[in-house]
Design a protein around this ligand. Structure first.
Ligand SMILES: *Cc1c(COP(=O)(O)O)cnc(C)c1O
Length: 369
């Protein structure tokens, strides 16, 4: 029985990915132990915050870093840092930023909802969002023409939710930002490469600690030293209601240290999905195959194609039955409209692929009502 079941909640099997709504990540044994010990001891918070910044810097190749409670907090704190800097009077009056440089330029196709709105996170940090161009077409002129004496930053949001075509590239935005001497902020919340954007010349890069890192509920910002000092100082202001605790910082540090020499064990993931497919291919109406991630990442999922005539129900009905069961099983369903469900091996705990196969068999045998 897991802790959530003991507390009276339903058991969840997450086969869909790093989903915040399902609890994002399950941390390693070493990170879990760190969270426990840290929560039972005392520490100088300024000291652990600075040390966490140093660890973030080592892993990202940036000058310095700042831990956060998540990437969303990272957006608010980054924006606050470019508006208020380390000036305590300014820090204490945010998000009211009238009279300060406070405009944040964002391409219209990247003005997204990731579970909450990017624009709202920018506003929390005192930023005034300036959307440029059209949802599917932004020219470099749109960005340059929006720059004025109130511009605080240019911001790029990397996400599968954003429009992928017709936007100006990261390289182009960095080039413009440098030419006008404006900070460039990159939201790379779900990205796996913690060094790429710093190496490209971004001033501030924001990551989630619960996504690719598979760390505790947390986030981190990396970038230029003066800006990271300003980010950490926002905890005397708007950062306070989004603070990361001692456990979060300690757990984040350990997760970051593990990440650099973590091997994902892709072979094991593939062999688990192979066994799942062999099992499901014996079920009438199902065809299961291993498929690499559509964006080319090193993720190999089991794709289950549902032939509704033979299976007795369609993919959407099967998905619904799995989600409403106990345990509730969540599969990836980007292609449910064409009859395909997939199982992501990364968030699965030991043996859960067997539970998934068993439940699918049971549901199909029982049929729709
Ligand atoms: C997930 C995500 C966020 C928020 O990250 P949290 O760590 O959950 O706060 C912000 N921006 C993008 C693009 C995301 O994908």
């Amino acid at each position: 029985m897991d802790v959530f079941t003991r507390l009276g909640l339903k058991q969840v099997i997450n086969a869909s990915g790093k989903m915040t709504v399902l609890g994002a990540s399950a941390v390693s044994e070493e990170v879990a132990q760190t969270l426990k010990e840290a929560s039972q001891n005392y520490v100088d918070i300024d000291e652990i915050m600075e040390l966490t910044g140093t660890v973030i810097a080592e892993v990202t190749g940036a000058e310095d870093g700042c831990p956060t409670s998540g990437a969303a907090a990272g957006i608010a704190i980054s924006v606050a840092s470019v508006i208020a800097g380390t000036n305590l009077t300014h820090i204490e009056r945010l998000p009211y930023s009238d009279g300060l440089k406070n405009q944040v330029i964002v391409q219209k196709g990247q003005q997204i909802h990731f579970g909450a709105s990017i624009a709202q996170m920018i506003s929390l940090g005192g930023g005034k969002v300036v959307e440029v161009g059209q949802a599917n077409k932004v020219e470099a002129e749109h960005i340059e023409e929006a720059i004025n004496e109130h511009t605080a930053a240019l911001m790029y949001i990397k996400s599968h939710h954003a429009i992928q075509k017709g936007m100006q590239s990261i390289e182009k935005m960095i080039e413009i930002a440098k030419r006008y001497q404006i900070p460039f902020i990159m939201d790379a919340a779900a990205e796996e490469d913690f060094q790429k954007y710093i190496a490209m010349g971004a001033d501030i890069v924001i990551y989630s600690g619960g996504k690719a890192l598979e760390g505790p509920t947390s986030g981190f910002i990396c970038g230029k030293k003066v800006l990271m000092e300003a980010c950490r100082k926002q905890y005397k202001g708007i950062g306070r209601p989004m603070k990361i605790g001692k456990e979060g910082m300690a757990g984040l540090m350990v997760a970051l240290k593990q990440y650099s020499h973590k091997d994902e064990n892709i072979e094991l993931q593939i062999s688990r999905m192979k066994l799942l497919c062999e099992d499901l291919n014996g079920v009438p109406g199902l065809t299961c195959m291993i498929k690499q991630d559509e964006a080319g990442r090193e993720i190999y999922r089991a794709n289950i194609e549902v032939n509704s005539k033979e299976a007795g129900m369609d993919a959407a009905e099967l998905l619904h039955a799995l989600e409403s069961g106990n345990p509730a099983i969540y599969l990836r369903h980007h292609y449910v409209n064409i009859g395909i469900l997939s199982v992501d091996p990364r968030p699965l705990l030991k043996g859960q692929e067997e539970t998934i196969a068993e439940k699918i068999r049971l549901i199909l045998a029982r049929g729709v009502r």
